[in-house]
Ligand binder design. Structure first.
Ligand code: 5GP
Ligand code: ZN
Length: 115
């Protein structure tokens, strides 16, 4: 079972900030921003490459969860980043689909990480 499935099944711990019937949101263990959360569907889908048509509603909901979390964290007006890494060369290390939500920078910090 993959690490995120273990967290979903409560076999591994995580700092969970939100959950509903289909998603879990927890803090990234190695945050790359003052606020760095992972929005994780409970369903094991290895990556965007593995999506099926039947997952389209779930993926839509994943972005609505991101919107809710951004608001809860007070980021909706300030701004935030949503990132999905797909595959090893893009930096995906956990083969369980997840959406990174990053934010909370000071303005000067944000400029540094701007692409
Ligand atoms: P990826 O690189 O696959 O897109 O993102 C995986 C993320 O999971 C990384 O940012 C990494 O820091 C985080 N991560 C890895 N292991 C753990 C863990 O055991 N717990 C938590 N909360 N995050 C983890
Ligand atoms: Zn999994």
């Amino acid at each position: 079972m993959c690490l995120f499935c273990k967290i979903v099944n409560k076999e591994s711990s995580a700092d969970i900030v939100y959950k509903n019937d289909k998603f879990l949101v927890f803090k990234d263990i190695q945050p790359k921003a003052p606020i760095h959360l992972l929005i994780v569907p409970k369903k094991h889908i290895p990556s965007i490459n593995h999506l099926n048509l039947q997952d389209k509603e779930l993926i839509g909901e994943m972005f609505l969860v991101a919107q809710t979390i951004a608001k809860n964290q007070g980021l909706n007006k300030k701004g935030y980043r949503l990132i999905i890494n797909v595959g090893k060369e893009a930096g995906q290390i956990i083969d369980h689909l997840h959406l990174h939500l990053l934010g909370g920078w000071e303005r000067s910090e944000k400029l540094k990480v701007k692409n």
